[in-house]
Design a protein around this ligand. Structure first.
Ligand code: G4P
Length: 190
């Protein structure tokens, strides 16, 4: 997606050869115009997939997921990483290990909002090692619903996540695919 790649080149900061900082438009400050374009792009890619629901994970997945939900006309659920005061009973839970942060968290969604008939699109901001996406897929499978695809805003293609998800049979659509962050430079896969 050209506009996203330009934004990454103009406002992204390469922190190391495997971490890209995008606080200017995705992870802290959010650019609503770009988010709307991202929502339209996800909707275009998945428009014929019969999606009935979108699932993402807090916090940074929410903005692109909501924009895609608006375009596709479906509800959006965000999995919780932290305990909620009001969300307690009847939860589906999965453990997610982050290789980047070296922490394990338990993610959860209520079973009220997802059903066996749902065809679900998973959306997340980054794809690194694929563990968040797998955790979300796990929640969806617990509900006996179908994972129709996985939509990613920024994929770090030099890490293991994409292949892991493809090998499990998931359709992966990434709007920007980064081949390398070496030498403080972002290089995309076209
Ligand atoms: P994985 O799910 O693909 O295995 O990724 P990983 O555990 O490595 O990533 C954990 C967190 O770090 C996620 O955010 C993910 O979005 C973020 N992340 C991974 N690589 C990068 C990167 O190069 N740049 C940035 N900016 N973030 C990266 P999170 O902890 O869920 O944070 P948030 O959603 O609350 O912002």
């Amino acid at each position: 997606m050209h506009a996203l790649e330009q934004k990454i080149l103009n406002e992204g900061i390469v922190l190391s050869n495997n971490v890209l900082k995008v606080d200017a438009f995705l992870n802290h400050q959010i650019d609503p115009v770009l988010m709307q374009q991202i929502g339209k792009e996800f909707a275009a890619r998945f428009k014929d997939a019969g999606i009935t629901k979108i699932i993402t994970i807090e916090a940074s997945g929410i903005a692109p997921a909501v924009m895609a939900g608006l375009e596709l006309g479906v509800q959006v659920i965000f999995a919780r990483k932290y305990q909620s005061l009001t969300l307690k009973d009847d939860l589906y839970r999965a453990k997610v290990y982050s290789f980047t942060k070296q922490t394990e968290s338990t993610i959860a969604i209520s079973n009220k909002h997802i059903h066996a008939t749902d065809k679900v699109l998973v959306i997340d901001d980054f794809l690194a090692n694929g563990q968040a996406a797998l955790g979300l897929a796990d929640l969806i499978h617990q509900a006996n619903a179908e994972v129709v695809g996985i939509g990613i805003v920024i994929e770090k293609s030099f890490q293991t996540g994409r292949d892991l998800l493809l090998n499990k049979g998931y359709r992966v659509e990434s709007l920007a695919r980064i081949a390398s962050l070496d030498n403080e430079k972002v290089t995309f896969i076209k």
